[in-house]
Write a protein of this length. Sequence first.
Length: 162
Amino acid sequence: MKFGIPQIALASAAAVFAVSVAFAQTGAPPANTPAFANPPHKNLKVLPQDITAPQLLGTMKFFAQSLGVRCTFCHVGTDGQPLSTFDFASDAKPNKDVARGMIRMVKEINGNLPAITGEADSKITCFTCHRGSQHPATAPTPAAAPAPAAPAASANQERGAA
């Protein structure tokens, strides 16, 4: 079978079309941009300026779990929206400043704790006091009332008398 110019042109056009469709479907590779900015981060006042994105994310998750809260407890944003829409640098929420004070307090306590306990690895965390609650307990939970004592058996019952 002999191919003429129209058949070769049609085959070439089909090949170019197939390659362009395949290329369009693959698209550009997704950018590996983390949800948080890479150092330097904006408005870090207590945490280290050179903290890595994974370290910062892990620290924030630990805070959230220790207090039983979500990001919006301290940061400006809307729950359920992508983290890229949050204004993490904003100081508009008072809880963010409270958190900074608590971080300073924990650092100070942990600086002195090994000398007090005699254990080099002694430390406290947010969870030590908060235990998953926004507000730390300031007193132990009341102990359950002891169960009433069973009535004492009479002397006759003890001896098997009826």
